[in-house]
Design a protein around this ligand. Structure first.
Ligand code: PLP
Length: 417
């Protein structure tokens, strides 16, 4: 059964059924390049749509506040055990509603108001929830931020160490949303140890690559690791916290009752399914192909004269600086969307333009790779992108490209649709 065209939903609410059908068609017909997005499997979607959503389960397996938990306890324990096996973690909390509340729960668990955090700045690739000034973490903590080097666009570990020695943070955060290079978790851990800071690694974007063995794992190095479950990990919309046993009690209390009420059991179940999928040999192949597709795409974009932040990629994402193309990120993103290529405008490091009208676009390969696309499609994609960025006002070209892409997409059925 196609969960996106359920007869019961169509009968009860045709207006909404139409909207879901249209979104499903959009997801079939376009090249989805937003690097935080993916296609979850039908099995994951089925668990998400299950009756587990009807049950309240405040607490943890074996320690609940309401009766009737015999099956829910087993579901949550299964998700925990599978996460431990996939990531080699000592302790896992699978209840965070998403990546942002996972981070907030960690701060609430391990920091006091006013404690200092050292993290990567948003315009250089970090995440809002790492203490950016418009967020609750920025309000409650004293935040110092490191960036990337102007010449290499890579994290300067000597600078991070210098800032850590100077500011003596209580917590150092590594992890990013727009950093195309491998993170050196051992280097961060060494700096944290030297200054007596806790190390939080936020692997929201790359947890699927870590699970698939194509990015080093922070688990041996960090006190706490947070992740979303729906990006490269290809699970349901959600969050997860892994930590050393010494922090287990504090982290669990930080999630519930510190930051949340009842866990979303249907999401926990879908996460268990996704972790089972991530433990299969073909998920390793998937992760390898995500990275090799990104490299192929980056190489072809370079031949077209695109300027890539850091010169290329080690992971699933590519950040394009469009300053040499005479087009802004927003204009490019809008033209690409009309042509059937969906990405997001993004700041680049040391961006001369404003955050709401930035110089770059951010693209990634997780969703295309889930459809089975490979090197040949990446080359075609780079060629299409080049044509569109050279002539963003040529609506005939954009519409012709959208048709060609729809035809290509028909040959690569998307999981879950
Ligand atoms: C996506 C992301 C988050 C937040 O996840 P949400 O599920 O959107 O709340 C946190 N940290 C990083 C590094 C991310 O990329």
């Amino acid at each position: 059964m196609d969960l996106n065209a359920h007869p019961a939903l169509r009968a009860a609410d045709p207006t909404l059924a139409d909207l879901i059908a249209l979104e499903a068609q959009r997801q079939r017909d376009v090249l989805r390049l937003i690097p935080s997005e993916n296609y979850a499997s039908t099995a994951v979607a089925a668990a998400t749509a299950s009756c587990l959503a009807n049950k309240y389960s405040e607490g943890y397996p074996g320690k609940r506040y309401y009766q009737g938990q015999q099956y829910i306890d087993a579901v949550e324990q299964l998700a925990i055990d599978r996460a431990k096996a996939v990531f080699g973690a000592e302790h896992v909390n699978v209840q965070p509603y998403s990546g942002s509340p996972a981070n907030l729960a960690v701060y609430f668990a391990l920091l006091q108001t006013g404690d200092r955090i050292l993290s990567m700045s948003l315009p250089h690739g970090g995440h809002l929830t790492h203490g950016w000034n418009v967020t609750i973490s920025g309000r409650l903590h004293d935040v110092k931020q490191y960036g990337v080097r102007p010449d290499t666009h890579r994290i300067d570990y000597a600078e991070v160490r210098q800032m850590a020695l100077e500011h003596k943070p209580k917590m150092i955060i590594c992890g990013a949303s727009a950093y195309p290079r491998t993170l050196d978790f051992a280097a961060f851990a060494e700096i944290a140890r030297e200054v007596g800071a806790l190390l939080l690694a936020d692997i929201a974007h790359i947890s699927g690559l870590v699970a698939g063995g194509v990015h080093p794992s922070p688990v041996p190095y960090a006190d706490v690791v947070t992740t979303t479950t729906h990006k490269t990990l290809r699970g349901p919309r959600g969050g997860m916290i892994m930590c050393r046993e010494v922090h287990a009690k504090a982290i669990d209390r930080g999630v519930f009752p510190g930051n949340q009420g009842g866990p979303h059991n249907q999401t926990t179940a879908a996460l268990a399914v996704a972790l089972h999928e991530a433990a299969q040999p073909d998920f390793k192949v998937y992760a390898q192909r995500v990275v090799s597709n990104a490299k192929t795409l980056a190489d072809r974009l370079l031949t077209h004269g695109f300027s890539l932040v850091s010169g290329g990629t080690d992971n699933h994402l590519i950040l394009i600086d469009l300053n040499n193309k005479g087009v802004s990120g927003k204009v490019a993103a809008a033209a690409l969307e009309r042509a059937g290529i969906v990405c997001n405008a993004n700041s680049v490091p040391f961006d001369p333009r404003k955050p709401f009208d930035p110089s770059g676009i951010r693209i990634g390969t997780p969703a295309l790779t889930s459809r089975g696309m490979g090197a040949e499609e990446m080359v075609k994609l780079a060629d299409w992108m080049n044509a569109v960025v050279r002539a963003p006002d040529d609506t005939a070209l954009l519409d012709r490209t959208a048709n060609e892409i729809r035809a290509l997409c028909a040959g690569f059925p998307a999981p879950g649709l």
